[in-house]
Design a protein. Structure first.
Lengths: 550, 550
């Protein structure tokens, strides 16, 4: 009854012509302005106050119960709520059941706290509502985008002043593109590499136009492959599937003991494919900060190898790219400038809000291979950025990055990154010091994996037969799965888990994975998290309870 | 000197450890909160005040001069600016040279004013910073997303209560997905259709895994085609290129005199391909609101034809989809429920901010064809939305749409859409009334095209030979290009132009294109825009000046 009453009242407020016109005009009078600002205050601080009180992924309301509350599937004809009510609902009902990714105890994924000014910057992007697909809906914003692309390109490839002077505002060339995320960036890189490898030749007009079947016939091949280590992100397999080369042809190469590309295997594999004229190598992918372990491939060596063999070398630096801002750790990415293309995510270690990936190409003509035009936009020679881009309509996230770089300087980012890398070292030392744990992948950057592995089992792993070790690992996998889940559901902290596959008797091992990017996370907090895991382990698997596990 | 001084002062403010920690904490004291709110006030109202003073795409500062100001390509080591300065710069230097897409005189593209509450909603999405790729970084937000997907699915396909009850929160099935935009939506639809058509068969494991060459061999074909009218969006050609079928195999079918798919040609084409067993039809695409003319294909007929021939029927309703909220005009999209997949853009006629596309599938198992997993996320049976999705990391735009639907109701959207459709009819009448103009495509929705075509040339077009007509059209094309450009550069208003291609003596004609979606645009404003065009025409091409054009 009262609900109906509210609906009616609100209907009068919004769903008539005058009310609708009002919501398209920003208010002219002081009262209305004050109201809009009050809502913004609620958003900026109300959401945060709620988030403060819950950390990690609480399971107070089970997922099933939660889902049951969101099963209504009809859109109300009349307005149901006013903006104020919607905001209140979001603050009271949604935020407490969202995940507090900003908590320093949330160290399980590549999502973390962001500087508060990022929210202001995103609000600016939304309020301007420019569409960078074309100059006619963005103008100076497209120009700023070209500038910030050049800035990051320079950070990666540090080419000459005259190079950047020629290309920064050149409407015929392209140093890179803003895309939705790392997946779109990797897809774009392989798309460009595919079209370059199988471009027009004699009467064949290129793979983009005629398709893969015609391309394979024109080039007299029946297979293209992409070589990447088994630590490569799954988006590379997905890109292989989308592009028609088949995700089975994105080959997972062996890694060395540091989870880096095994160069001997890579050389051997290239040699084998070069003997087989029916297969072409589309690209070799190096990883600069693998998702699971943070490991970095030997980029310099890979780059030289690719150059010698004329293979497109792509570097997936979605995670590690921003380390280039640090004088102290830049050397970890040594050789990244030998790449033909590089992926970097803004929403990872540039601490931007979600949805800001980037792809860069050393050669500013490379993206010509994916150029599209339409009669009403994207005319050749214009500043229409949509000409060489996976997406059409796109928001102007470049404005956010440009502003953030001015506010932070490279040094600001460097301090954040150095904190994470150095904290990871301390954390690794602490894990090694505690008898219950085993450090599985020591950190190169700010990501490490470890597992619970009680001393007696560590001893057995060391001295046991292959069968015994396999059995123990299975037991350990079950233990680690349980501890991770119980900790997550307790809701005080969150560490993720993954399964590392290797060609070895320890074929599949479940590990706990931490990503240390929140500057509020410190060794004290990490100790608390380890304490909690020890506590959970003892409660669940104290020596007497161990039998039930395997 | 003073610049250096500022840099130093700011460096002290941001690029040290304490300062960095501060920017990750929302401020606890009242003064600091007030400051952040003051910035938000500047963003909400400052940007707008600036935009108010300039409409359209002013050319006061030429593009070249503007670009020259953004050629610096080094990132400063130390912070250059504080947030306050960055905001001031954006308000004073960027906004005035951005495009005022919110002006009611900006009627050239599918970008327009948005209700002010959308900016608040986007700010909420940014502040929560959830990543809907997986439950562990989004929780309830993924659940809300599934619900709003079901709501729009129901608006399109209106299946039964029990259907929606089964699928709305089902973690094994998928009613659709939020994507970056219409391009990603169309790509996803054709990707799913490709993988379904060329799925696993006997020992062949499917095109996604083994690639297109192996698929064509397994199915004994050498070509796949997509059939769409020549009014189809260029993203469909792009999708053909990316997916490996070749963009030449996205065939532009003839249109009838209303710019709708010519059903006779379509039937004939399908018949021809069915006789040729080496070619498969991957999909037929219907358009519900073409980008250039707003025309709507005969969806019901196309759907029946596709059903009879077992062809995937995709409808690109990026523009027209939201018309389904209007009782009065829903019938224009009659037959959309016979589609297998439907694209709708939130940032078009749901009036959201940039970057919110959607793709829907009638069959909730259809997206299984593009499923991907990884060890650390997207585990089978979870609510990890990234499992069946082009993108990985994604922002939670679904929260915005959910809130907007509550604030507006279907009726709120219906009123906006009806205004545009009815205004377009009045505008068409006015164009027809004025002797200087020729209405080229009468509006079905809220898009129409027309051109300047003085009475004596209209007469010649009517009675002339094919060669004469072709000559006149060339002259008219030049006139219309000039008038459009001069008006755009004057900066008071903006109408776009495009070139319509037809199989006829009027093969290529340049038209002025208007998109009427801003509720503040009225017939008075449209008359002013026509007046201005008449004025420009008379100044430039008064009878005496006409010779120099052709």
């Amino acid at each position: 009854m009262s609900r109906k009453h509210i609906s009616k009242k609100n209907a009068a407020l919004v769903a008539d012509w005058q009310a609708l016109q009002r919501i398209f005009l920003r208010p002219e009078n002081e009262d209305a302005r004050a109201m809009l600002l009050k809502y913004m205050e609620q958003i900026l601080f109300g959401l945060h106050d709620f988030l403060k009180e819950h950390v990690g992924i609480t399971e107070e309301a089970s997922l099933k119960n939660l889902a049951d509350k969101y099963k209504q599937t009809r859109i109300s004809k009349h307005p149901e709520k006013k903006l104020a009510e919607v905001i209140t609902d979001l603050v009271r009902d949604i935020a407490p059941h969202a995940v507090n990714v900003a908590s320093p105890y949330f160290i399980g994924h590549m999502t973390s706290a962001i500087p508060f000014f990022m929210v202001h910057l995103k609000t600016i992007v939304a309020a301007l509502n420019q569409n960078v697909v074309k100059l006619e809906t963005s103008k100076v914003v497209s120009i700023v985008e070209k500038q910030v692309l050049a800035k990051i390109h320079r950070l990666i490839f540090h080419r000459s002043d005259s190079f950047y002077n020629t290309h920064v505002q050149n409407t015929r060339t392209t140093l890179g593109a803003f895309v939705e995320g790392g997946t779109a960036a990797n897809l774009t890189a392989l798309w460009v590499a595919r079209n370059t490898l199988l471009g027009p030749k004699n009467s064949f007009q290129g793979i983009e136009k005629e398709g893969l079947m015609a391309a394979y016939q024109a080039y007299d091949i029946d297979r293209c492959v992409v070589l990447v280590s088994r630590r490569g992100h799954y988006s590379l397999r997905k890109a292989g599937g989308i592009l028609g080369i088949g995700n089975d042809n994105v080959l997972a190469m062996d890694v060395d003991e540091h989870h880096r590309m095994d160069m001997r295997s890579l050389r051997e594999q290239i040699r084998v494919f070069e003997l087989n004229s029916r297969t072409k190598i589309l690209a070799v992918v190096g990883i600069a900060g693998s998702t699971e372990t943070g490991s970095i491939d030997p980029l310099r060596e890979m780059g030289e190898l690719c150059r010698d063999h004329g293979i497109h070398f792509h570097v997936d630096a979605a995670w590690g790219g921003p380390v280039l801002t640090s004088d102290k750790y830049r050397h970890l990415l040594d050789g990244i400038d030998s790449a033909d293309s590089v992926t970097i995510d803004g929403h990872k270690q540039f601490y931007m809000t979600m949805g800001c990936g980037m792809i860069y190409f050393k050669d500013p003509r490379k993206m010509d291979a994916i150029e599209y035009h339409a009669n009403y936009v994207n005319r050749p020679g214009s500043v229409d950025l949509g000409m060489k881009s996976l997406a059409g309509t796109r928001e102007a996230n470049s404005l956010m990055l440009d502003s953030a770089l001015k506010i932070m300087g490279t040094q600001g980012y460097a301090i954040l990154l150095e904190h994470g890398i150095e904290l990871a070292k301390k954390f690794a030392a602490e894990i090694s010091r505690r008898p219950l744990f085993q450090l599985v992948t020591p950190p190169k950057l700010n990501i490490l994996t470890y597992r619970i592995c009680p001393p007696h089992m560590q001893a057995e792993l060391f001295s046991g037969t292959s069968t015994q070790r396999s059995h123990i690992n299975k037991t350990l996998n079950a233990i680690n799965r349980t501890v991770q889940r119980v900790q997550r559901e307790a809701g005080r902290s969150f560490v993720s888990r993954t399964t590392l596959n290797r060609r070895s008797p320890d074929a599949e091992i479940v590990v706990l994975r931490t990503v240390l990017m929140n500057p509020m996370t410190d060794i004290q907090i990490l100790n608390e998290i380890l304490d909690e895991q020890e506590e959970i382990y003892r409660c669940r698997f104290g020596t007497n309870n161990l039998k039930g596990v395997a």
